[in-house]
Ligand binder design. Sequence first.
Ligand code: NAP
Length: 340
Amino acid sequence: MKKFRVAVVGAMGAVGREMLKTLEQRGFPVSEIRPLDIEANAGKKVLYKGQEVTVGVAAKGAFTDVDIALFSAGADASLVLAPIAASEGAVVIDNSSQWRMDPAVPLVVPEVNPDALDSHHGIIANPNCSIIQMVVAVKPIHDAYKIKRIVVATYQAVSGTGGAAMAELTAQAGQFVRGEKIISKVYPRQILFNALPHIDVFLDNGYTKEEMKMVNETKKILDPAISVSPTAVRIAVFRGHSEAVNIETEQPFNLADVRKLLEKAPGVEVMDDPANLVYPTTLDADGKDAVYVGRLRKDPTVPNGLNMWVVGDNLRKGAALNAVQIAEVLVAKGFKPKAR
Ligand SMILES: NC(=O)c1ccc[n+]([C@@H]2O[C@H](COP(=O)([O-])OP(=O)(O)OC[C@H]3O[C@@H](n4cnc5c(N)ncnc54)[C@H](OP(=O)(O)O)[C@@H]3O)[C@@H](O)[C@H]2O)c1
């Protein structure tokens, strides 16, 4: 079997660590793993297959003998380093928002639009975590009944902001227990015991940048004709995003048929038996690959309306797993390691 030299840029971060774990757990054919991060983190160790591997510096020249570079170091790093990595011959799979809406860059969720990969020029974008789990869940419904409009409210975990935000929530819990003043640095307001209707910056139209990502990335991945009306909320959960998704379709549907479609959809698991308290929560999704769907019910206020609750692990399917799956599809489509 062909094996690949894989760099992970941002290897010390929340997503970078999950990428290393995901490559290992899925048995991706790696001949050499190269964790890279900022200079201040160089020399630190990360674990891969039970071995400590030394972190190098992500910089010009670091990608000449790399086949695949998984990036999760933020948009500024991707702006500078992704073109460098691509020019040095690595295929970049980028988790940041930097390249997602570039018309020359495919934005890919393997269960939804794998063939978009055929047009890549060295950089491939991984969508925003909230969008990945939503499009995996709504794709079979769109294929069968054509979705016109989605109204979505998200309940997003602090790990979506990164390692520093997880540390802030932990610290605030400690401050609360000790009766100390609660200190907020990562978020503009206390996140402990709170829900902030504010993810990323506010734009002139009154929406946040995160909300507009949901509008634009859904159109790019799934269908430009779908209207999306989003509200993105950060909540005091460590890991796992939840979404209340309201869908309006062109074609009428029967709820039992929708359930059957979702039950056989790739990447989806239906957890929907409210009478027996079966519905997905973030703790059910923690560390898991699937996108969980529950609370399926018709919306009687519009002609063809559906409500559902969608839960996924933002670090896993929302980031690391989707990136590794993109690499797997590339390999299945014939991508080969560089000649040595
Ligand atoms: N967390 C999620 O659920 C999620 C989901 C989808 C996409 N993403 C995206 O993935 C990226 C990383 O997210 P994260 O949550 O893992 O953040 P994180 O925990 O803050 O980790 C980012 C890592 O990259 C390092 N870094 C910063 N600038 C760098 C540079 N120029 N070169 C190399 N390394 C650099 C950081 O070092 P320092 O911390 O020492 O600066 C840190 O180790 C972001 O673009 C984010 O939007 C995150």
